[in-house]
Design a protein around this ligand. Structure first.
Ligand code: ADP
Length: 656
């Protein structure tokens, strides 16, 4: 086995690969771009090498920089994860030339399956049914239109070099063909530099079913059963599961055999996935399922297969890459229970799922039996606008589908994430729906039945009252820093104040009556009132104060509230000595920084929990952490949590 492994990726998959490598006693080398210096995968690896600027083509997508890092670190193998260079045959060859093992299939297999037309032709040779269609070399619009007519509408135009749903257009009738063709071609040449297309019959009631396969250098090939990935948004997977709901023995045998046959034609080695599309309008039938494509890498959704087989697919990949035989024979691979994965993204359902990058201000993972969370960021970390907006994958495993499903719903209900917008609530709605429970869905289900849950969350009067109390408390704590004079404009006298709150771009005015302390405050709004002891009655974590905002979590998601004019604001710790002190008595539940670490102004330093409320302490200045207290302790008001030494404004811009 290798002694050292470079992971040419980032985010959750890099972290996941590091975990397995570490368990196997392999030294891990992370690579990262300039904006990823503080990323989780960098912190987790034994060694980290900065390889370039933020845009992926200047870092994660640049084979030369990655090979250079491998050389510099003495890494014996490179795991590409998925995306980036994972299906780049040239990179696989580059690794071989540089004497580093590429953890993936042979370059020839990547190439053979790399374009949809060549994959279709190979599969036909192997006797695997492909979707009725046209994948010929003649590409003039007249020929293509004739072929579409012959196949019969509706048809799907696909970029031959496509991926990720790009360059794909559904056409319902001959009238729409030429415009759709032009659109698909434009997108195909923009994304893949290749405007060739193929045409497929558009499958009615489509279900996406894929089979995990594995091969080794000795020519052994096995399958690890199927996954269902039919819950998609715009051809992108949202929720995946294993096994497929409603699966029947002959259908499973049919697709698994076809997948193994597909792998065999290309002398496959390592992990791969053979994707099929089934017309499920009459249930799963072996005469209504066709090969779609083969992905010559590990898939995002591989954890559901790991859950139901009890195997570690990354370990298998490393073993195969090191020249070992597959650890198990086909007959030894057993399917147990059911697993479902939901992809948690920093994206805004209310804004058409636009990515919503930014700093994670609240992140609390559910703690449940049968739950696995593959995260790429941690609390206080950034979701960068440069890369995909994955926060984590949440995988629930149970004895059967119902148990896995209810565990997933419970997990999504317990999850607390805020800062960037996320699709958490959208995932919960789907997972908890009767449609999902029934197992009767296809790739159109999300668009058809879940359009309504993209709405902006409604603010009700109780949100406003809770928000006002939380913000009052936040301001009070910020101004009452031990050892510092109270800010001008604030009197610790009983009062009757009005507070303006902004939530979802609307503003609300709430009256607060208090005797000078937050615990005495009562918020009056729309004829009802709420006392400050609301916190006692709240389930832990329903209200979180972080970064000067109050986040209220409830059944419908999260509402973020901030003061309209922070009239009483003042940066409580920006008092020049770089000390970050506890603003109240409480428990230091988390400390995010270590001595020696470089930090930016505003970066979360620690969380103090008191009165069932969390208070996130942010760095008052940019600099280097000189000292930091360990998490877990009870601390007194005014106690030092961390000290930051100022540093010159630096680096981010120096190197361009
Ligand atoms: P990409 O490589 O761009 O992801 P795929 O060929 O894997 O494209 O297809 C992505 C998704 O598009 C599938 O999971 C399915 O939902 C839909 N799709 C693909 N081909 C068809 C088809 N012939 N009929 C209906 N839906 C299809």
């Amino acid at each position: 086995m290798f002694e050292s492994l470079l992971i040419a990726n980032r985010g959750e998959i890099a972290c996941r690969i590091i975990r397995t490598a570490r368990r196997m006693g392999i030294r891990t080398v992370a690579v990262h771009s300039r904006v990823d210096r503080r990323a989780l995968h960098v912190a987790m690896a034994d060694e980290a090498i900065e390889i370039g600027a933020a845009p992926a083509r200047l870092s994660y997508l640049d084979p030369a920089r990655i090979l250079q890092a491998a050389k510099a670190s003495g890494a014996q193998a490179i795991h590409p994860g998925y995306g980036f260079l994972s299906e780049n045959a040239g990179f696989a060859e580059g690794c071989a030339k540089a004497g580093v093992v590429f953890v993936g299939p042979p370059a020839a297999a990547i190439r053979a399956m790399g374009t949809k037309d060549s994959a279709r032709r190979l599969m036909q040779l192997a006797g695997v049914a492909v979707v009725p269609g046209y994948d010929g070399a003649v590409q003039d619009p007249e020929t293509l239109a004739q072929e579409a007519q012959r196949i019969g509408y509706p048809v799907l135009i696909k970029a031959v070099a496509g991926g990720g749903g790009k360059g794909m257009r559904r056409v319902n009738d001959a009238g729409g063909f030429s415009e759709a063709l032009a659109g698909a071609r434009r997108e195909a040449s923009a994304f893949f530099g290749d405007d060739r297309v193929l045409i497929e019959k558009y499958v009615a009631s489509p279900r996406h079913i894929e089979v995990q396969i594995f091969g080794d250098a000795a020519g052994n090939i096995v399958h690890l059963f199927e996954r269902d990935c039919s819950l998609q948004r715009r051809h992108q997977k949202v929720i995946e599961e294993a096994p497929a709901p409603g699966m029947i023995d002959d259908f499973r045998a049919f697709v698994c055999d076809a997948a193994v046959a597909a792998a065999r034609v290309v002398h496959y080695q390592g992990a791969g996935t053979v994707e099929f599309i089934a017309d499920a309008s009459q249930g799963l039938r072996i005469d209504r399922v066709w090969f779609l494509e083969m992905n010559t890498r590990l898939q995002v959704e591989h954890p559901v297969t790991e859950a139901v087989t009890g195997l570690d697919l990354v370990e298998w990949q490393l073993r195969v890459a090191a020249g070992q035989r597959l650890p198990l024979l086909q007959a030894e691979i057993k399917l147990q229970g059911h697993a479902i994965e939901a992809r948690l993204y920093a994206e805004d359902p209310a804004r058409d799922f636009l990515p919503s990058p930014g700093r994670i201000q609240v992140l609390r993972w559910p703690q449940r039996e049968g739950l696995r969370i593959d995260a790429g960021v941690e609390n206080g970390g950034d979701v960068s606008a440069h890369y995909d907006p994955t926060i984590a994958k949440i995988i629930a495993h149970g004895a059967d589908r119902d148990e896995a499903r209810s565990r997933l719903v419970a997990a999504l209900t317990q999850l607390r994430v805020a800062g960037p917008a996320s699709n958490a609530e959208f995932l919960r709605e789907i997972a908890a729906s009767p449609i999902f429970a029934s197992g009767q869905f296809d790739t159109h289900t999300i668009a058809r039945d879940f359009a309504a849950c993209h709405a902006v969350q409604k603010i009700d009067a109780s949100h406003v009252r809770l928000g006002a109390l939380g913000l009052f408390r936040e301001t009070w704590l910020r101004l009452h820093v031990p050892g510092r004079a109270l800010q001008a404009g604030w009197k610790d006298a009983p009062g009757d104040a009005s507070m303006s709150i902004i939530a979802n771009d609307q503003s609300f005015s709430c009256r607060i009556v208090h005797d000078g302390t937050p615990s005495s405050a009562i918020a009056h709004y729309e004829g009802a009132s709420q006392m400050a002891d609301f916190l006692e009655g709240e389930t832990r974590g329903n209200i979180v104060i972080a970064a000067g905002c109050v986040f209220v979590f409830d059944d419908c998601g999260v509402v973020r509230m901030e003061r309209a004019s922070p009239g009483l604001s003042g940066d409580h710790s920006a008092d020049g000595d770089g000390a970050v002190r506890a603003p109240m008595h409480g428990k230091l539940t988390a400390v995010f920084v270590k001595p020696g670490e470089k930090i930016a102004r505003g970066q979360p330093i620690a969380i103090v929990e008191a009165m069932k409320m969390e208070h996130v302490l942010a760095a008052p200045v940019a600099g280097v952490v000189a000292e930091a207290t360990a998490a877990g302790a009870q601390i007194a008001m005014g106690a030092l949590v961390a000290r930051i030494e100022f540093s010159e404004p630096q680096t981010e811009m120096d190197n361009g």
